[in-house]
Design a protein. Sequence first.
Length: 146
Amino acid sequence: MMQSFSVSATLLYAIAAAAALVYLPFLVVALGRVQVGYNPATPRALFDKLPDYAKRATWAHQNSFESFSLFTAAALMAYVTKVDNFLAAQVAIAYVVARFFFSVFYILNVPVLRSLMFGIGTTGIIILMGLSLKQVNLSLPLVPPN
């Protein structure tokens, strides 16, 4: 049986996927830590000893937290304001895909593509917020009640 498409469900699934992607780079950090002899008593002390790819993975992981909070706010704004727009679903999916490749390109040290993915993700956040604000504006009465 085929399910009907739901923008709301897409937004919520995108939030869940984006949350999981926050920790994707950390798996690479963990590999780097194992390679240099991780000591749980002083986890931050070995950062300078990490291989370069693991340092970049750390930065990708940290940036993912920052981006995730803004995306979650934007996606929840669209969900709460009941944005029923195929563009919103496309943007949410594009954000998740862009953030996946952002981490990959960060770890592989491909700054131009990393920056492109960052830009796509950030643009997605702006579009979702814009669609939400437009939706709220459309639901406001044009003439205030007397």
